[in-house]
Design a protein around this ligand. Structure first.
Ligand code: BES
Ligand code: ZN
Ligand code: ZN
Length: 463
């Protein structure tokens, strides 16, 4: 399916956005009424004989446009139309493209028999093509980078394990002119990344630390991105119940988001320097597995009492965050992780939890989230929750002693590995809920959503 920016071309069918007021004035209002169309948000209705697909919107808001286009594109793809057109303007172009690309996304790599859609061409009709060309290409880059992230998240753990994750990063680096350094277990041992190595010890796959670099000619800012890349999280010896284990291929979504962001910013050619670090590890069981009761010496030198091997992401991130801070002097440090089920309990499945010390930075991120159609909310640190990570035998425990506020205590655990000078430069994003879905919502379909790619790319475009 091709998406083309054009002025006036004939297509098989025209998509029209209608709210209640526009519906009342519409030349086919009687036909639409007869078909039961009331212009309510996300309702769609074909008028085949008029070559129109009517799309209901509450108002012209970008969120509403993106949402209804996501419904419309699925209808169009399952129809026999070969081309469709949308009228676009400066306000809605991004939302329309996101609806088409993200709402129309499919992942069929493991299906032997998929019906091919007849829909070949989507025309975005505008007055002056050159006026819209930049917005068009930017929106396409970000949407396609989001799909790239989704593809990796959706890949099964047999195919996407730490070594193949590293290979994929190398391929992206080659295609997009990035620097790529991979550290295997031998190097990780030398670097004293014992917390990360312990998590991956029972896996048949070697753990890998991926380091990608993008650098423009005269970068204005230096940014570090860190991603949790658990290619599978069985829980380890604190084994997950079987129903919770299903979907845990998505525990690499933070790392996948970081790769997607690198793809987007390198194609947008932003004037910055960005370092991406992904801790690619598989958390398994076995005779060699790390155990509850173990005490790990992290790269930072801090000792960690293991009380639950399913709280493994924070151990990987502790070492990767330390490694990143030891190697790169950054203006901003952001980590992305499917870190806690508690984040979903706190915020619901649709919202990314944002944690950190700088209210200003959190505010900037929430603005970017608003502009990019992702949902974020701040989860506040406090000194009482911080105390719950105390350990009787080590410097810190890997889980809280109380069952509430688990997303925040996980964030506070990471905070222990952020150097004093970086406290206000760092934010942690818990994407446990927002990174994966088992039912379609907004422009997301079953599987990985690509959470983080749109809001972080938007933020990096603004600095
Ligand atoms: N990967 C999980 C968190 C998760 C849960 C992500 C559900 C997406 C959906 C993480 O490693 C984990 O297991 N966390 C534990 C922490 C607990 C042991 C303190 C959790 O959330 O239960
Ligand atoms: Zn876990
Ligand atoms: Zn995990």
């Amino acid at each position: 399916m091709k998406i083309k920016l054009t002025h006036n071309i004939k297509s098989d069918i025209k998509v029209e956005f209608l709210d209640e007021i526009l519906l009342k004035k519409h030349k086919n209002k009687d036909l639409l009424k007869l078909a039961g169309f009331d212009a309510s948000q996300d309702s769609v209705c074909f008028l085949h004989e008029k070559k129109v697909l009517a799309c209901g919107i509450e108002n012209n808001d970008s969120d509403n446009i993106r949402s209804v286009v996501s419904v419309a594109i699925k209808k169009l793809k399952s129809s026999n139309y070969e081309s469709a057109s949308f009228n676009i303007n400066k306000k809605n172009i991004k939302a329309v493209i996101e609806g088409i690309v993200l709402g129309g996304y499919e992942f069929n790599n493991y299906k032997s028999d998929t019906k091919k859609s007849k829909l070949q061409n989507i025309y975005l009709i505008c007055g002056n093509v050159s006026e819209f060309a930049q917005a068009f290409s930017e929106a396409m880059i970000v949407a396609e980078a989001t799909c790239f992230t989704r593809d990796i998240v959706n890949t099964i753990p047999h195919d996407l394990n730490p070594p193949s994750f590293a290979k994929l990063a190398k391929k992206l680096a080659k295609e997009n002119n990035l620097k790529c350094k991979i550290l295997g277990e031998k190097e990780l041992k030398k670097e004293k990344m014992n917390a990360m190595l312990s998590v991956g010890r029972a896996s048949i796959h070697d753990s890998k630390l991926i380091h990608l670099t993008y650098k423009s000619a005269n970068p204005k800012k230096v940014i570090t991105l860190v991603g949790k890349g658990l290619t599978y999280d069985s829980g380890g010896l604190s084994l997950k119940p079987s129903t919770s284990m299903v979907t845990m291929k998505m525990d690499k979504a933070g790392g996948c988001a970081v790769l997607g962001i690198m793809k987007a910013i390198s194609e947008l050619k932003l004037d910055i320097e960005v370092h991406a670090f992904v801790g690619a590890v598989e958390n398994m069981i076995g005779g060699d597995a790390y155990k509850p009761d173990d005490v790990l010496v992290s790269r930072s030198g801090k000792t960690i009492e293991i009380r639950n091997t399913d709280a493994e992401g924070r151990l990987v991130l502790a070492d990767v965050l330390t490694y990143a801070q030891d190697n790169i002097k950054a203006d901003y440090i952001f980590d992305f992780a499917t870190l806690t089920g508690a984040c979903m309990v706190a915020l619901g499945q649709y919202t990314t939890g944002v944690m950190g010390h700088s209210s200003n930075l959190k505010h900037l991120i929430s603005k970017s989230a608003l502009n990019s159609g992702e949902l974020t909310a701040s989860l506040p640190f406090n000194k009482h929750l911080k105390k719950l990570l105390k350990s009787e035998i080590a410097d810190i425990s890997n889980i809280s002693s109380k069952p509430y506020g688990g997303a925040i205590t996980a964030g506070l655990f990471l905070d222990n590995f952020i150097k004093e000078k970086n406290k206000d430069r760092w934010l942690h994003f818990d994407i446990a809920g927002s990174a994966y879905t088992e039912s379609a919502w907004d422009c997301n379909v079953y599987g990985g959503t690509g959470a983080g790619v749109r809001f972080m790319t938007n933020f990096l475009q603004t600095i």
